[in-house]
Design a protein around this ligand. Structure first.
Ligand code: GLN
Length: 235
C-alpha cells in the first residue's frame, strides 16, 4: 500500500449527483481505509478547476440540462483529460459516459460535443430504459456478473476505439441493440449502472483500486457469506 493518502476525485457532484452515484467515491475510500490505506474524497464543483493530480476519478449520472453544464466545465478545465493521459482510472456513470464521449444528442434533439475521452456517440431512443440490468463482464480481472439499476433514454454506440464492459443477460444496457453494456477505453470505465454500482459490485471497485495503486491485487475484504448472498441475488 502507499504511504501517502489516496485522493479520489468526485467530479461535479453538484450537477452530476442526481442518482446517488457519489456513493461510488465513498465505497472506494472505505475499501482503502479498511485495508489500512489513508484515503480521501476530493469534491470538484462547478466553481472549481479540475485537478489533474488525483489518483482516480468518479463521475455520476445526471439529467440532460445538468450534463450540458458538466460538459462545458470539463472542456474549459481539462484536468481530467490530462489525468487520463497519464493513465489515472476514471469511473463514468450513465450521463457521464455520454459527456466523456464524442457527442450526444439530448432528448430535445440538441447535439452537444463531448469531452472526447471515449469513442462513443449517444442519441435518444424511443423508450426509456428503466430497471435492473445484469451483465457478464468482458474485462480481464472481473469474474462475477455485474448488476445495477439503469435509467436512461440515451442509447450509446461504441466506436472502434471503445470496448464493451459486459454482455447483457438481463435489462437493456447501452440500448442500441448490440446486447452490450458499458464501455472501456484506456483507463476509463463507463457503465449505465446506478446502485451505486461499486456498492453492488465490490469486484469492480477493487479493480479500479488496483489500477490506481499500481498493484496486481489487494487483500480480500468481503466475507464468504457476503459473496454467497450476491450469488443468490443473481440466481
Ligand atoms: N440524461 C441521460 C439519459 O437519459 C442520462 C440519464 C442518467 O444519467 N441516468 O440518457
Amino acid at each position: 500500500m502507499s504511504e501517502s493518502t489516496v485522493r479520489i476525485g468526485l467530479v461535479l457532484p453538484d450537477v452530476m449527483g442526481t442518482y446517488g452515484d457519489g456513493g461510488n467515491a465513498l465505497v472506494l475510500r472505505q475499501r482503502l481505509r479498511m485495508r489500512g490505506q489513508d484515503a480521501e474524497v476530493v469534491s470538484i464543483n462547478l466553481t472549481d478547476p479540475v485537478p489533474e493530480s488525483l489518483d482516480l476519478y468518479t463521475l455520476g449520472g445526471a439529467e440532460d440540462s445538468a450534463q450540458r453544464l458538466a460538459t462545458r466545465h470539463l472542456q474549459r478545465h481539462p484536468g481530467l483529460q490530462r489525468a487520463v493521459e497519464r493513465g489515472a482510472p476514471v469511473l463514468a456513470i450513465c450521463a457521464a459516459i455520454q459527456v466523456l464521449g464524442n457527442w450526444y444528442q439530448t432528448s430535445a434533439g440538441e447535439r452537444v460535443d463531448g469531452v472526447g475521452l471515449l469513442d462513443v456517440t449517444t442519441t435518444p431512443q424511443q423508450t426509456r430504459a428503466i430497471g435492473e440490468v445484469v451483465t457478464t463482464p468482458l474485462v480481464e480481472g472481473l469474474r462475477l456478473p455485474l448488476t445495477g439499476f439503469e435509467n436512461h433514454r440515451g442509447g450509446t454506440t461504441l466506436g472502434p476505439a471503445a470496448r464493451a464492459l459486459g454482455r447483457v443477460t438481463r435489462g437493456v444496457g447501452n440500448g442500441v441493440g448490440d446486447g452490450v453494456e458499458g464501455v472501456v477505453q484506456g483507463s476509463v470505465v463507463g457503465t449505465y449502472m446506478h446502485g451505486p454500482v461499486l456498492a453492488r459490485n465490490p469486484e469492480l471497485a477493487d479493480l479500479l483500486l488496483t489500477r490506481a495503486l499500481g498493484v496486481d491485487s489487494l487483500p480480500p475484504l468481503d466475507l464468504p457469506e457476503v459473496e454467497q448472498l450476491r450469488r443468490e441475488r443473481l440466481a
